[in-house]
Design a protein around this ligand. Structure first.
Ligand code: AGP
Length: 590
C-alpha cells in the first residue's frame, strides 16, 4: 500500500511529482522515489529509504516534463533503497500500489528464463514482464502484462523515447486529473487539490494513456471508453500545526468541532438515511482498527435505541466467512479514509449479497462512498496524524445520530441535544483532564491493560490500540470481568491496569477487577466519572476524574482521556506520534 503520482505537462515534472508525493506520504513513508524523462529523453530516477523529503536534494536539478513518483509502505521486501520504487528495466520505469498475489510464480518463471531481479518486491515482476512484452506500443505491452497479474494494482509507467504515461488499475485507486495543458494521475483526490479543474475515476480493469494531447481511457479489451469527468473539488490538507507540537495533539483538540460539525452535516442526510433503512431488521457494522472500535460503540446505540440485532465485525474477517446478509440487512461501513481495502471490499460484498450499504466516512469522494447508497459524513476535516483521534469521536457521533434516526425515537430532539452538549463537554475535558502522571507510569511499564465493561470495554480496546500505536508499549484491552480468566497472570509491579468506569450501574463490577489487580501488587488507574469510584480509589490508584454525562455518550469523554494518555506517553518516550513506525494512514492493501 503506497501512494503514486504521475505528471505530464509543461511545468517541471520533478517539482510536481515531489509535491504530489508530499501529499501522498500518509499512505506510507518507508521509502520514496521518482523517475523523470529528462531533456535528453533518458529516464533519470532517484529512490531513497525513508521520508519523501530525502528526495528533495536529488530532484532539484532534474529537468523534464514527464514524471512518476512513489511513496512506499513496505509489503514485500524490507524498507531500503533497492526495494524503493520506481523499478527500472530496459528503458522503462514503473511505480505500483497494490499487491501482486502470484508474484512468486511469475518471478520463478522469469528467473528461470534468465531475468535478474534487483529488488525483493512483488512489483518488480511487472516491469520485467513489461520489458518482455514491449514491442514499441507501451499501452499494448501494459495490457498484455497485466493479463498475467493476480491481485490489486494501480500502475504508472514511463518509457524512454515515448512522451506518455501509461496507467493500469485493478482494485487499487487511481484518479486522473485534467489541467490546462497538463495532466495528472494519482492515488487519491487530495493529491490533486488545486492542481487541475476536472478529475475522472477510471473503472477496475481500465487503462489510461496520457500524452500532451490529453488522456485516453480504454477498457480491459483496449476499446476506447468515456468515463465521467467531474469538477475537482478536493481541498489541499492544511499542514499548519497551529502552534501544537504534533498533529495528534492538534487533531485531538479539534474533537469538539468534529462533534458539532458532524451533527450539522447529518441533518442533510437524515431523511435519505431513514428512507434507505426502511424495513431493515438487522444492522451489521464493519470497519478496521479504530473504525472497528467506533463500530463497537455504535452497535450499542442501534441495540439500545432501535432494539434490533446489531453486530460489529472486523471488515477483513467479514469478507471471508460467508456472511449471512439479506436484503433486510443494513451494513454500516466505517472508514476515515474511505479507501481501506478490507472495508471497501467487505462493503462491496455486502452490496452484492443484497444489503443496504451505508458509508460512515470523512472522505466524501472515496471508494467507499461510490459503493454506498447513503453516506453519513464524519465532519472531522483532514486528519494527518496516522493515529486516529477526532475521526474516532466523529464516527461515534455519526453512529449515534444514525441509530436515533433509524429508531425514530427522539421526537422531541432531547437525545440530539445531548450529543450537541457533548461538544462543549469534550472541550472542557480536553482542557482539564490530567493524564501526565499516568503517562509517566505507562512509559516505564512493560504492559498496559485497559479494562472496561459494555461500552467502556469498546473504548478500552481503542485506548489500548492508541497506546501501542504511538508509544510501542505492549497493551491489551479486556472486558473487566475477563481479567481473572487468565490475563491476571501477567499482572505484576511492572504492569499497569487502566480501568474505564463510566456507568454507575456497572461500576461495582468494574471496581472488582481493579481490586484484583491491586491485591496482586499491580499498579492501577481509574478513568471515571462515577463519584463513588473516585473516592474508593483515591490514594490507592491513580484517579483521573471526568465530569458526569449520559452513559451512552461517555465514550466521547473517555476517548479524549485515553487519546491524551497515549499522546503524552509517546511524547515522554520521544516517539513521533504522527508517523509511527511500520504504519500508514490509509491501508489500501489486504
Ligand atoms: C487508527 O489509529 C489506525 N491508524 C488504524 O487502526 C485505522 O483506524 C484503520 O487502519 C482504519 O482506517 P480507516 O478508518 O481509514 O478505514
Amino acid at each position: 500500500m503506497c501512494g503514486i503520482i504521475g505528471y505530464l505537462g509543461k511545468k517541471n515534472a520533478a517539482e510536481e511529482v515531489y509535491c504530489g508525493l508530499e501529499r501522498l506520504e500518509y499512505r506510507g513513508y518507508d521509502s520514496a522515489g521518482a523517475a523523470i524523462i529528462a531533456a535528453d529523453g533518458k529516464i533519470c530516477a532517484v529512490k531513497k529509504q525513508g521520508r519523501v523529503e530525502n528526495l528533495k536534494p536529488y530532484l532539484r536539478d532534474i529537468a523534464g516534463a514527464i514524471g512518476i513518483g512513489h511513496t512506499r509502505w513496505a509489503t514485500h521486501g524490507k524498507p531500503c533503497d533497492k526495494n524503493a520504487h520506481p523499478h527500472l528495466c530496459g528503458g522503462l520505469a514503473l511505480v505500483h500500489n497494490g499487491i501482486i498475489e502470484n508474484y512468486a510464480a511469475l518471478k520463478a518463471e522469469l528467473v528461470a528464463d534468465g531475468e535478474e531481479f534487483l529488488s525483493e518486491t512483488d512489483s518488480e515482476v511487472i516491469v520485467r514482464l513489461l520489458k518482455r512484452n514491449f514491442k514499441g506500443d507501451l499501452l499494448a505491452a501494459l495490457a498484455r502484462t497485466v493479463e498475467r497479474l493476480k491481485g490489486s494494482y494501480a500502475v504508472m509507467v514511463i518509457c524512454e523515447g515515448i512522451d506518455a504515461i501509461a496507467v493500469a488499475k485493478n482494485r487499487s485507486s487511481v484518479i486522473l486529473g485534467y489541467g490546462n495543458g497538463e495532466y495528472f494521475c494519482a492515488s487519491d483526490e487530495p493529491a490533486l487539490a488545486g492542481k487541475c479543474a476536472d478529475i475522472c475515476v477510471p473503472d477496475d480493469g481500465d487503462f489510461a494513456y496520457i500524452t500532451a494531447d490529453g488522456i485516453e481511457i480504454y477498457n480491459k479489451t483496449l476499446q476506447r471508453v468515456i468515463r465521467e469527468k467531474r469538477p475537482n473539488t478536493a481541498a489541499a490538507q492544511s499542514l499548519d500545526l497551529g502552534g501544537y507540537p504534533h498533529y495528534m495533539l492538534k487533531e485531538l483538540h479539534e474533537a469538539p468541532a468534529t462533534i458539532k460539525n458532524t451533527a450539522g452535516a447529518f441533518a442533510a442526510v437524515e431523511d435519505k438515511l431513514k428512507a434507505a433503512l426502511c424495513g431493515v431488521d438487522r444492522i451489521i457494522i464493519l470497519g478496521c482498527g479504530t473504525a472497528y472500535h467506533a463500530g463497537l460503540v455504535g452497535r450499542r446505540y442501534f441495540e439500545q435505541f432501535a432494539r434490533v440485532p446489531a453486530e460489529c465485525e472486523n471488515a477483513g474477517e467479514f469478507r471471508y466467512k460467508n456472511p449471512v446478509v439479506t436484503n433486510k440487512t443494513a451494513v454500516f461501513a466505517i472508514s476515515q479514509s474511505g479507501e481501506t481495502a478490507d472495508t471497501v471490499e467487505a462493503a462491496r460484498l455486502a452490496l452484492a449479497l443484497g444489503a443496504e450499504v451505508v458509508a460512515v466516512t470523512n472522505s466524501l469522494n472515496s471508494a467507499l462512498t461510490r459503493i454506498a447508497s447513503v453516506t453519513v459524513p464524519v465532519a472531522a476535516g483532514s486528519e494527518i496524524c496516522v493515529a486516529a483521534t477526532k475521526s474516532y469521536i466523529g464516527q461515534i457521533a455519526a453512529l449515534y445520530l444514525s441509530a436515533l434516526a433509524f429508531a425514530d425515537c427522539d421526537r422531541d430532539g432531547a437525545l440530539k441535544r445531548g450529543l450537541a452538549e457533548m461538544s462543549a463537554l469534550c472541550g472542557k475535558t480536553l482542557g482539564q483532564v490530567n493524564t501526565y502522571s499516568l503517562a509517566n507510569m505507562c512509559a516505564l511499564s512493560h504492559g498496559v491493560y485497559f479494562l472496561g465493561r459494555d461500552i467502556d470495554y469498546a473504548v478500552a480496546l481503542e485506548g489500548s490500540l492508541k497506546l501501542k500505536e504511538v508509544s510501542y508499549i505492549h497493551s491489551e484491552g479486556y472486558p473487566a470481568g475477563e481479567l481473572k480468566h487468565g490475563t491476571l497472570a501477567l499482572i505484576d509491579g511492572d504492569t499497569v491496569a487502566v480501568a474505564l468506569i463510566f456507568d454507575g450501574g456497572l461500576a461495582e463490577k468494574s471496581c472488582n477487577a481493579v481490586e484484583q489487580v491491586l491485591s496482586r501488587g499491580g499498579r492501577a488507574a481509574v478513568i471515571t466519572n462515577v463519584d463513588s469510584v473516585k473516592k474508593r480509589f483515591a490514594g490507592r490508584a491513580q484517579v483521573i476524574g471526568l465530569c458526569a454525562c449520559d452513559k451512552f455518550l461517555s465514550p466521547v469523554l473517555s476517548a479524549v482521556a485515553v487519546q491524551k494518555l497515549a499522546y503524552e506517553t509517546a511524547a515522554i518516550l520521544g516517539r513521533d506520534p504522527d508517523k509511527p513506525r511500520n504504519l500508514a494512514k490509509s491501508v489500501t492493501v489486504e
